[in-house]
Design a protein around this ligand. Structure first.
Ligand SMILES: Cc1ncc(COP(=O)(O)O)c(C=O)c1O
Length: 408
């Protein structure tokens, strides 16, 4: 068959393909990653004017100056290379000493792995252990990373509902009743995002004791462990457990020191677990940001007054948002004891997602619907109080009359 010639060049034309080009094909595990309910709203808000955000989960308070200085000093001193795979030795020592003081827990450097934020720590811990046949207990509602990470790796999620009428506290008996022969692990996020619940020592101890007895792994996400407003005693798994054999405690600098963008977190566990996670860490991010790790050393070793001052500010805001929610028609709140979120209920059967969307369009206030955090609280909204009292007052000046007009 004669070849077709290009009229302009006289060259032969490439033959037409008879078949379609194969589309890029994702690993089916990607289906476990949902479209984030938070991003959807925030993207819409980014195209609107005069929006007040009560949606975002990161501190608005500035990073303390001595931490920034330590970061810049590290850069100027040429600290721009890789650190050791487990983390900057000075930071491992600072964390060991800090946790020794704070939770009276004797650790060695080999109990700690430095990661790129708590997000990487969670990724490593969960994806290194989730597998078909393994069931993970997770509260509903919960921080949106856990369930997809479990499912992506073949594990099964079993939800334990928490309820607004009980201030979203965990009932230890309910948790124990949920444990079965397939239960491999429990994720314990204390203080909790999105509910702001802080679990008391009796709850944490009872759950940990049962997990240790049954050989169930506990992944404790304690990134908000300083944001506790009413209790002097915070029940970290690090001072509620006999040993670290079945415990991974995950935290970071993001919330406590307003360092979310500097991306340094850690996992604390048994030396054997850290050894395995270190190998995996080498295949993910290798090491965390080096100057940010120097900034972390400064954060831990300097006076902690900056943290106490920030917590005082968050407490004042917590009190204000509780008051504002109480004044809002059709919203039932409670007093969150920690983190920086309030999670009030709307009347049953109200679709929080639909309401959040209309609230954004009609009042310009952006809140996150409960269904971003699970199936159990679709009639709830999450308000972040990582914003000033003035902004919250302005937001509720819009929300209150608007809610009064709603007919549910
Ligand atoms: C409960 C919880 N865990 C982990 C993270 C992630 O923290 P990091 O910035 O350290 O990755 C967040 C951030 O919002 C969070 O709310």
């Amino acid at each position: 068959m004669a070849e077709a010639l290009n009229r302009d060049t006289g060259q032969s034309k490439p033959r037409k393909m008879k078949y379609r080009k194969a589309k890029a094909s994702w690993n089916p595990a990607m289906q476990a990653i949902p479209v984030s309910g938070i991003r959807r709203l925030v993207n819409m808000a980014s195209n609107m004017k005069d929006v007040i955000h009560l949606s975002i989960g990161q501190p608005d308070l500035p990073t303390p100056k001595h931490i920034i200085d330590a970061y810049v000093d590290a850069l100027n001193a040429g600290q721009t290379g890789y650190t050791m795979d487990a983390g900057l030795p000075e930071l491992l020592v600072a964390l060991r000493d800090y946790y020794g003081r704070r939770y009276n827990r004797k650790l060695t450097r080999d109990n700690i792995l430095i990661t790129s934020g708590a997000t990487e720590a969670l990724y490593l811990a969960i994806s290194a252990t989730s597998a078909p046949g393994r069931q993970f207990l997770v509260t509903d509602p919960s921080f949106l990373l856990y369930a997809p990470l479990i499912r992506m790796n073949g594990g099964e999620v079993k939800y334990i509902p928490t309820r607004a009428e009980n201030n979203h506290q965990l009932d230890p008996d309910e948790v124990i009743r949920a444990m079965g022969s397939r239960t491999f692990a429990l994720i314990l996020n204390n203080p909790n995002n999105p509910t702001g619940a802080v679990y008391p020592r009796s709850t944490v101890e009872t759950i940990l004791e049962e997990c240790a007895y049954r050989g169930i792994q506990v992944y404790a996400d304690e990134v908000y462990d300083h944001m506790v407003f009413d209790d002097d005693d915070f029940a970290s798994v690090l001072n509620c457990s006999m040993d670290l054999d079945n415990i991974m405690c995950i935290s970071s600098f993001s919330k406590t020191y307003s360092m979310a963008g500097l991306r340094v977190g850690w996992v604390i566990s048994s030396q054997a677990a850290i050894k395995s996670l270190r190998r995996y860490h080498m295949f993910t991010t290798s090491v965390a940001n080096t100057p940010a790790q120097f900034a972390g050393v400064a954060a831990l070793t300097a006076d902690q007054k900056c943290v106490n001052d920030m917590v005082d500010i968050y407490r004042e805001r917590r009190d204000k948002i509780v008051e504002l929610i109480d004044q809002t028609p059709h919203m039932t709140g409670y007093k969150p004891g920690g983190a920086f979120y309030a999670f009030p209920n709307l009347p049953p059967h109200v679709d929080g997602s639909d309401l959040a969307l209309r609230m954004l369009k009609e009042t310009g206030v952006c809140a996150v619907p409960g269904d971003a955090f699970g199936d159990n609280c679709t009639n709830a909204l999450r308000f972040s109080f990582a914003t000033s009292v003035e902004k919250m007052e302005e937001a509720f000046d819009r929300i209150i009359p608007w809610m009064a007009k709603q007919q549910f």
